[in-house]
Design a protein around this ligand. Sequence first.
Ligand code: NAD
Length: 416
Amino acid sequence: MAELNPFKIAQAQLAEAAEKLGLDDATHEFLRWPRREYRFTLPIRMDNGKTKVFHGYRVQYNNARGPTKGGLRWHPDETIDTVRALAAWMTWKCAVVDIPLGGGKGGVTCNPKEMSEREKERLARAYIRAVGSELGVHRDVPAPDVYTNPQIMAWMMDEYEAMHGHSHPGMITGKPIPLGGSQGRGDATARGGVYIVREALATMKVDPKSTSYAVQGFGNAGQFAATLHAEILGGGKLIAVSDSRGGIINRQGLDPQRVIHHKLETGKVADFPGSEPISNEDLLELEVDVLYPAALENAITGENAERIQAKVICELANGPTTPEADAILHKKGVFLLPDLLANAGGVTVSYFEQVQNTYNYYWSLDDVQAQLDRKMTDAFNAVYAMQQKEKVHMRLAAYLVAVARVAEACKLRGWV
Ligand code: NAD
């Protein structure tokens, strides 16, 4: 279905913002498309001696505000349109947190779960040999995303440096710390999300210490959100969490650290001692102050939005709410913190990593967290002010802030 094509959704979201901003036709058309995209084949010798041909992509969506930046997904369902949509969203995300970067994204259609470490290393190095001449700290900077990780970034940096003959740590972020990775990258996405939950609660005059919260998706982003909510807000009760194998609830409160430990031991949150089971669907509809969707796209839809009882929704996942649900939640008065704002902490600390690599001096964890707090709080304030001024829902407000900034940079360059 055309409506589910992520790039078409990204273009429709832009169109709404363009109309509201009164963008001229040329600027709107220019922002509807990636500036450049690369598609290439990657023949890889597999461990069984046979050669397998993979398809790779890199999309450089818009570089008006700085070098393009965005992760690399290695996923069986990867298509050029997914990569284009994610590259567009990176453009708006970097603009909303006001970091001097554009948006990009890349990927390989593959299933890393079926590949050995040696095969992954060959694929990582082949990717850089295919497109490395188009990357660089001043051009386009990849990072980890779905099914890629710091080790893959390390192989890619090593291959890039071998091609160029000197050190280039800032050509990629999300590296292991001994190779120039930043302190604080691991929990940055969830931490940034909790910082803006704090700001949203302040505008609502809700005492953060007395909040109840639930987390859908208990991976990287969800686990950190579960612990950081209480840590950063000075209190709060985690009522329910879930992963792909089901959810758990305890209205007296769950200890996040113990649930993480249980998940590490058993591979799931289900059967955590002292909890009752709850389905993923019911978890979303719980009466809580804050709901963190941290799993996949399309969790909140036109079908269940009316039954959502959370006061604040912090979208750590990309695209958890459909456009139809957005309208319903807005009407119900739910305070929605949209993905391009709520999960921008990850790319913000990636940018800090690049800055540290460039001047070859490394910050303490305290410095990283203080700078992240400032960036996220400023971004929240800009989006909230736009929402109050235009009386639109928060996602559109975030788009208005981001698209206006990118359009202004394009105009100043004389492109449109
Ligand atoms: P992850 O793979 O570590 O965790 C995903 C979790 O979701 C897993 O616990 C999985 O069991 C669970 N899950 C899958 N299907 C589910 C379902 N139907 N119901 C409930 N749980 C389900 O991934 P992650 O890095 O934590 O990313 C989660 C989301 O956050 C993604 O949308 C990702 O794009 C977004 N995000 C992550 C980062 C980051 O820095 N990790 C940055 C920006 C955005």
